[in-house]
Design a protein around this ligand. Structure first.
Ligand code: ATP
Ligand code: MN
Length: 482
């Protein structure tokens, strides 16, 4: 028989008064007077709770005492009625309550009070039950859906690039090794090295740091592709913006140049943010209020300049500022913090911009998202298209307030000779990239693409401050619990 459960999100909108309804969920809080228990029930379909009204003379005090505790799971049959009390439009007058799972109020770790974000990370198995994490997870889902919708509606194909990679030339960061060899007694070659010929794939393999190189192969046939998958970086960066396992969205488009690439990035990011605003308004309103409450304890200058929704709206309504790396360095060199020696890392042409520099440009100087282009070739990857000046490449980074880099991309070097020379100059093992080089030998074409870190996008949209709080189960150095 069909499960007759109705979801709370629908019931809260319903006008089918005096009909029998069936709901299931977890008790958030219970208020009681001597006659009636008012139970706030949530099933995760919405941030809002459904009020269950239970007459204690029907169910008995003993039973009510068992089901009233935060975290208890119950199934309720009852009558949907217009609510008498303030705070909700409808409520359910319970006729039957089934207890699925008790929750001991003494030992249950997630009490109905405010816990610190740090503590919640220690109970990541339970934190999805809180309103804050429920909101974040629903927004995360909606953003992921919007990503696929945007690309599908615009003629892109979803290409599944490999997670295990045999090329060590992706160059985007430290990699995690994948092996089935015995770590204690690995087979050795005659000169005492680990003999990877005897490993599962017959050679060393790693978890991918990016799907881009394979994405380019797809674009050279399907014209417009995107990847959306997990990526792994074994970098020991304990920041609020880095994870060891994160999800990346990487479109790659044949016949696009750097300008097209910027237009795509801006249009795409605005679309997905707008989609979340349209479809997650309750969750976003909740997170906005949460942020206002949280920031009350902060000094004026540490508070966000705008409430969350206004900030998102602002990003949608204003064109991103576009300028070259060289122009940005000029601004930074002349800036107040540079003149007063307040930057931790001094600025000059050729340096890799630090987060403090990026944030100065975005938050202080332009006060909106910024796209920086044409970076020095020595600080960017081998595959970026070289400019005619011989010094810069057609790179672009999109910088966001509060986040810094959210997108990194480029027009790719499609000229075989230039690419081959660059690979040699950088001593990249050519033989591991033979297939990549062949795309430049047979039917090469101008093309461009970028990578958007999905968690950095979720961070921006939810207004959270630590990337560990926008992925269900974060992987960071020394942490792979759950
Ligand atoms: P950063 O300088 O911030 O470490 P990156 O230059 O290493 O970033 P890319 O290699 O260009 O980043 O990756 C593309 C995008 O992936 C970045 O713009 C960012 O949004 C995201 N990203 C990169 N590294 C991480 C990470 N460790 N955790 C989460 N997201 C990341
Ligand atoms: Mn990095």
């Amino acid at each position: 028989m069909l499960n007759q459960r109705q979801i709370i999100k629908d019931l809260l909108q319903s006008t089918a008064f005096d009909t029998e309804v069936h709901v299931k969920g977890w008790v958030q809080t219970t208020r009681m007077n001597p006659y009636i228990a008012f139970i706030a029930l949530n099933d995760g379909s919405t941030i809002n709770h459904l009020q269950i009204v239970a007459d204690i003379s029907i169910f008995g005090q003993e039973f009510i005492d068992k089901i009233k505790n935060t975290g208890t799971c119950i199934a309720v049959t009852g009558k949907l009625v217009e609510s008498q009390g303030a705070g909700q439009r409808v409520e359910v007058q319970a006729t039957q309550i089934e207890l699925y799972g008790e929750s001991d109020p003494v030992s249950y770790k997630l009490q109905a009070k405010r816990h610190s974000m740090e503590f919640m990370r220690e109970i990541a198995h339970l934190r999805p039950r809180t309103r804050t994490f429920g909101a974040i997870l629903r927004i995360r889902h909606t953003l992921a859906y919007a990503v696929h919708k945007y690309f599908n509606d615009n003629g892109f194909f979803y290409l599944h690039t490999p997670i295990i990679t045999g090329s060590d030339a992706e160059g985007a960061g430290e990699m995690f090794r994948v092996t089935t060899l015995d770590p204690v007694n690995p087979p050795l070659t005659e000169d005492g090295q680990v003999d990877y010929k005897q490993d599962f794939f017959g050679k060393p393999t790693n978890l991918t740091v990016s799907g881009q190189l394979e994405g380019e192969l797809g674009a050279m046939a399907l014209s417009k592709i995107y990847t959306f998958g997990p990526t792994f970086r074994a970098e020991n960066s304990n920041t609020t913006r880095h994870l060891a396992e994160f999800w990346m969205i990487e479109p790659e488009v044949a016949f696009n140049d750097l300008e097209d690439n910027m237009n795509l990035a801006e249009d795409f990011v605005k679309y997905v943010i707008g989609y979340a605003m349209e479809h997650c308004s309750d969750d976003l309103a909740f997170l906005e209020n949460r942020l206002i409450e949280e920031e009350k304890n902060k000094k004026q200058e540490e508070r966000s300049p705008m409430p969350l929704l206004e900030k998102l709206r602002f990003v949608l309504d204003n064109p991103f500022e576009r300028l070259t790396y060289t122009e940005a360095v000029d601004i930074l060199v002349k800036s107040k913090p540079a003149q007063k020696g307040q930057f931790k890392y001094p600025v000059s042409w050729g340096i890799d911009l630090q987060s403090e520099h990026e944030r100065y440009l975005v938050e202080k100087h332009f006060k909106k998202p910024v796209i920086l282009t044409n970076y020095p070739k020595d600080i960017k990857a081998f595959y970026m298209r070289q400019d005619d000046d011989g010094k810069t490449v057609r790179a672009m980074d999109v910088l966001f307030p509060g986040i810094g880099e959210i997108i990194g991309g480029s027009q790719r070097e499609e000229r075989y000779e230039k690419l081959h020379t660059r690979i040699k100059e950088l001593h990249i093992p050519e033989e591991s990239l033979w297939w990549y080089l062949e795309t430049r030998q047979y039917g090469t074409a101008p093309h461009a693409g970028f990578g958007l870190g999905f968690e950095r996008l979720v961070l921006f949209v939810t207004g959270m401050t630590n990337i560990r709080d926008v992925i269900p189960f974060p992987r960071t150095p020394q942490n792979a619990e759950f």
